[in-house]
Design a protein around this ligand. Structure first.
Ligand code: AMP
Length: 431
């Protein structure tokens, strides 16, 4: 069978690598892919942008692609699944209507409130009804969010009322384009964040291994928010009791609510959760796709055939599936271009990839491109080095061995990915 992966980041490299291992798959295409996907066996890049739905569909029809798996949110929110379905092509992901769970934060907050799913208190405003006195009446800090897709940049945590009014006014004034036509003003939640990702379809759900990511750029979870600087799986914070609570209080009511609202969900569903001190899982956000960089460590641990899981979700037989996992932990460190997430340079030659390939673990590419025999940086997040081990600490050690083998001008990476989990492991050993 032929598979098409849509996207070109680290998540898509991991999806392509995993799909190519399926005994049912003959060839994997990646559109547009990166220098890493081009090197995987039985895999090739296709020069089509992830948001060019017409060209993607034309390619899938021409090549008789059996299954398309969509990495990023953009094409899902734009309706790629509906377009493919109308042409009789299997495409794994939510419909445009169900993808609103990521495409509109105001829609999601309203949905969560209607279905009594725990989330922070909020109000939504447009330029017409924006009321600064609402902000002045709230407790600090406050979280201001652009309603639409803003590539992970549309969330501002404000320590003063004036900065919150400034952030909201800026968004409503067009600083995020149409994504900021509506703003959500949200109560700040304290706790620890967890990523909870499931495969859903046909009225059934299969939870994937738990994970946690680090969104801030610098060590100690400081500095600006990014797309993610590293992630690990499993998340020791998620005990079997908390796992059951998340399924019961968040995932099941969400999927049930979507069905009741006439927009049943198929695809990967990612809940970004804040676990409060009393253990209540609050939804911070939904993503209508796999996380990046959570995909990389999660798929390093998945022993089951991913194509089987996607097929079961599409065919309504997910209730008869079980995912099997490598019991080892996996941890991924993002290697970024200096300056990311703001301005950064591209075109630097990456050295040490061959040495890294001889070490245990795996390097997934993100912003890379080939130029002759060299591989050059071509994006903000460049590589994700994933290690495995009997503990998160051991997986961290293996991941940093890979990181230390690789160099380019002004590379930036965090040196502490997984520190919370490692502290938890140490505390558990002491008790
Ligand atoms: P989002 O895209 O909504 O997940 O927001 C990005 C990041 O902002 C989250 O991963 C959190 O670290 C932070 N954040 C968002 N909403 C809140 C909130 N209500 N309270 C505390 N932190 C938040």
């Amino acid at each position: 069978m032929k598979v098409l992966i849509v996207g070109g980041g680290g998540r898509e490299h991991a999806l392509a690598w995993k799909c190519a291992q399926s005994r049912r798959v003959d060839h994997v295409f990646v559109a547009p892919g990166n220098a890493g996907t081009a090197l995987e066996p039985n895999t090739s890049n296709v020069p089509i942008a992830a948001d060019d739905l017409n060209a993607l569909l034309e390619f899938a029809l021409r090549e008789k692609v059996d299954l398309t798996v969509v990495g990023p949110e953009g094409p899902l929110v734009a309706g790629i699944v509906d377009r493919f379905a109308a042409a009789g092509c299997a495409c794994f992901g939510p419909s445009r209507a169900a993808a609103r769970l990521e495409g509109s934060k105001a829609f999601t907050k309203d949905f969560l409130q209607r279905h009594r799913i725990p989330t922070a208190g909020y109000a939504a405003f447009t330029a017409e009804n924006f009321d600064p006195s609402f902000i002045r009446a709230q407790r600090l800090p406050l979280v201001v969010k652009a309603d639409g897709l803003a590539a992970g940049k549309g969330v501002v945590i404000c320590e003063s009322h004036e900065s919150a009014i400034g952030a909201a006014s800026g968004m409503l004034g067009g600083s995020f384009g149409a994504a900021g036509n509506t703003v959500v003003i949200e109560e700040f939640l304290h706790g620890e964040e967890v990523s909870f990702i499931v495969v859903a379809g046909g009225g059934h759900v299969l939870p994937l291994a738990t994970s946690q990511d680090h969104k801030r750029r610098d060590d100690g979870d400081r500095g600006p928010n990014t797309g993610g600087m590293g992630a690990y799986s499993p998340a020791p914070l998620v005990t079997p009791e908390l796992h059951a609570r998340i399924m019961r209080e968040v995932i099941e009511p969400t999927l049930h609510g979507l069905r009741r609202d006439g927009t049943p969900y198929t695809g990967f569903l990612y809940a970004g959760l804040m676990i409060a001190g009393d253990g209540t899982p609050h939804v911070l956000e939904y993503n209508c796709r796999f996380g990046d960089p959570e995909t990389q460590p999660i798929l390093m641990r998945l022993q089951s055939d991913l194509i089987d899981l996607c097929g079961a979700a599409l065919g309504g037989s997910l209730d008869r599936c079980e995912a099997t996992w490598d019991s080892r932990a996996a941890l991924g460190v993002i290697m970024a271009a200096g300056g990311y997430p703001e301005g950064y340079r591209t075109g630097d030659a990456i050295t040490g990839l061959d040495a890294a390939a001889r070490l245990p673990g795996k390097i997934f590419h993100a912003g890379t491109r080939a130029s002759g025999s060299q591989i050059l940086t071509a994006g903000g997040r460049v590589l994700c080095a994933v290690g495995r081990g009997a503990s998160v600490a051991a997986a961290q050690h293996e991941a940093y061995e890979l990181v230390h083998a690789i160099h380019w001008h002004s590379v930036h990476y965090r040196r502490d990915i997984g520190y919370r989990a490692i502290a938890r492991e140490r505390a558990a050993r002491r008790s």
